[in-house]
Design a protein around this ligand. Structure first.
Ligand code: HEC
Length: 172
């Protein structure tokens, strides 16, 4: 019986991976205007930079805030980024940005009452996002942050400019 159960859960995992990995938007590269919009959501509305740093490298911009990991080293794919942003991370200080994340079981099958059982309580998100905004954030992260190498002067000037951080902190 046990191996049958194992087989079924493995098959389900494969099915879920395929179901979440192939939305149509993945096929065409995102528009530069969408990437820029994603950056604004990261730096402003989402205040992701407070914990993750303006370039996502983990050098948080607000030292009162929890330490967010370096997203430039993240192994997540686009679907994984979307999941982390929507649902946050249980038992950690990564907040959930989907307004209904814990009202109907859509995130990890949990509801608000279940969150109390974790030693580390997820903080409230500074804002909630529409699904479209989470897509823009994921496009921005995939294009400019995740696995894009460390920030340097050239990359900073090319994209981040005054909206991000101070490019002069990187040698030319
Ligand atoms: C209050 C601090 C805080 C804020 C604000 C915050 N994060 Fe996080 N984030 C964290 C922490 C802490 C973790 C590590 C969670 C864990 O232990 O798994 C994390 C994890 C993540 C991960 C998973 C990284 C990986 O490789 O597993 C992603 C993606 C992420 N954050 C994106 C964002 C985005 C995008 C925003 C803004 C919309 C944001 N975070 C806002 C603290 C924060």
């Amino acid at each position: 019986m046990n191996h049958l159960r194992y087989f079924l859960s493995a098959a389900l995992a494969v099915a879920l991976t395929f179901a979440s990995a192939a939305p149509a938007q993945d096929e065409k590269p995102p528009d530069p205007a969408d990437i820029a919009e994603g950056m604004r959501l990261f730096e402003q509305k989402g205040n992701c930079q407070a914990c993750h740093g303006w370039s996502g490298d983990g050098r948080k911009t607000d030292n009162q805030m929890p330490d967010g990991p370096n997203l430039r080293d993240s192994k997540l794919n686009r679907a994984g980024l979307i999941m982390a942003i929507k649902c946050g991370r249980l038992n950690s200080q990564m907040p959930a940005f989907d307004k209904f994340a814990y009202s109907d079981g859509r995130c990890y099958g949990k509801k608000t009452a279940d969150l109390k059982t974790y030693a580390t309580r997820m903080p409230d998100a500074p804002a909630t996002f529409q699904p479209r905004e989470i897509e823009l954030l994921a496009d921005f992260l995939m294009a400019k942050v995740v696995r894009q190498g460390p920030m340097n002067h050239a990359k900073c000037v090319e994209f981040w400019g005054p909206g991000g951080g101070d490019c002069n902190e990187f040698p030319k």
